[in-house]
Write a protein that binds this ligand. Structure first.
Ligand SMILES: [Zn+2]
Length: 262
C-alpha cells in the first residue's frame, strides 16, 4: 500500500506542476496574439498538463519529451484540445462502468495517451487526435502494438509538427480525395466499388496516412486498391531505423521527425 500511495503522491505532484507550467506557457504564448486567446490556450494547456502529469506521460529525461510538452501547450494546443474530447469519451465510459482500458505500458514516459477502447470513427481502426490514441484494441498482440508505436504515434507527432493546420489539412484532403475518387471511379469505367475508390483516395492516399503507413513498413496497405496512387513508401520504416546502430548524436528512433518528402 505504501508503494502505491507514494506513487500517487508523485503523480499528484507531477499533475500540479505540469498543469501550472502548461497553463503559464499557453497563457503567455496565446497572450502574445490576444488576451482571450491566451486564456483559452492556458485553460487547454492546463487540462492537458493535469491529465498528462497525473499519468506521467512526458519523458522529461529526453529532449523529445520536453519538446512534446512545450509544443502541446502552445503550437499544438488545437489538436490537443480535440484530444481532450477523447479523454472525455473515456471518462464517460468509465462512469458507465465500462473501462476505457487505459494502457500505461504504451503511454507512461512515451509522450502520448493510449486507450484500448474509447473514441473511434470506424470499427477496428485505432483513432488518434492530438496526443491521445483511442481504440488501440488488443495491444498484447505484437502486430497491434506495432500499429500504435509505428503508425498512430506518427500521427501524434504530425499533429505536433503541423499544430493548428494539422486537422484542417487532413480534412481538406479527405474532402478533395472523396471528390477526386468519384472522378477516378467514372474514368476507370466504374469497375471498382465506389466506396473503395473513395476510401483509397481520401484515406489511404492522404499524405499523412502515406507517411504513417510507410513508417509502419506497410506501404502499400492491404486496403488500398492494387496499383493505385503512390508507388513507393514516403519515408523509411521505423523498424529499419531501429535496426541501424545508434550513434550518440542519433535522436530516439521511435520519434518520427522526417517530413514525408524527405
Ligand atoms: Zn493513420
Amino acid at each position: 500500500m505504501r508503494a502505491g500511495s507514494s506513487l500517487s503522491h508523485r503523480s499528484g505532484a507531477e499533475a500540479l506542476i505540469v498543469c501550472a507550467a502548461g497553463a503559464a506557457l499557453g497563457w503567455f504564448v496565446g497572450g502574445l496574439l490576444h488576451p482571450v486567446v491566451g486564456v483559452v490556450m492556458g485553460v487547454v494547456a492546463a487540462a492537458n498538463g493535469a491529465v498528462s502529469g497525473w499519468r506521467q506521460v512526458y519523458d522529461w529525461r529526453s529532449g523529445w519529451g520536453v519538446a512534446a510538452f512545450v509544443i502541446d501547450s502552445t503550437w499544438a494546443v488545437v489538436p490537443v484540445a480535440v484530444g481532450l474530447l477523447a479523454h472525455l469519451v473515456a471518462a464517460v465510459s468509465r462512469l458507465r462502468s465500462r473501462s476505457p482500458g487505459y494502457e500505461p505500458s504504451l503511454s507512461r514516459r512515451q509522450n502520448r495517451h493510449v486507450y484500448r477502447r474509447g473514441a473511434h470513427l470506424q470499427k477496428g481502426f485505432a483513432f488518434t487526435v492530438g496526443n491521445v490514441i483511442s481504440s488501440a484494441g488488443d495491444v498484447t498482440r505484437a502486430r497491434r502494438r506495432k500499429l500504435i508505436t509505428d503508425h498512430e504515434a506518427v500521427h501524434v507527432w504530425q499533429a505536433r509538427t503541423f499544430g493548428p493546420l494539422y486537422l484542417v489539412l487532413y480534412l481538406l484532403w479527405v474532402i478533395a480525395g472523396a471528390v477526386y475518387g468519384v472522378v477516378v471511379w467514372l474514368r476507370r469505367g466504374r469497375r471498382d466499388p465506389l466506396g473503395k475508390v473513395i476510401e483509397s483516395c481520401s484515406y489511404y492516399l492522404n499524405p499523412f496516412e502515406w507517411w504513417a503507413y510507410s513508417r509502419d513498413d506497410l506501404w502499400p496497405p492491404p486496403g488500398l486498391i492494387a496499383g493505385f496512387g503512390w508507388r513507393s513508401p514516403a519515408v523509411r520504416p521505423l523498424s529499419a531505423k531501429r535496426a541501424r546502430p545508434l550513434t550518440p548524436s542519433t535522436p530516439p528512433s521511435r520519434v518520427p521527425h522526417d517530413h514525408p518528402s524527405a
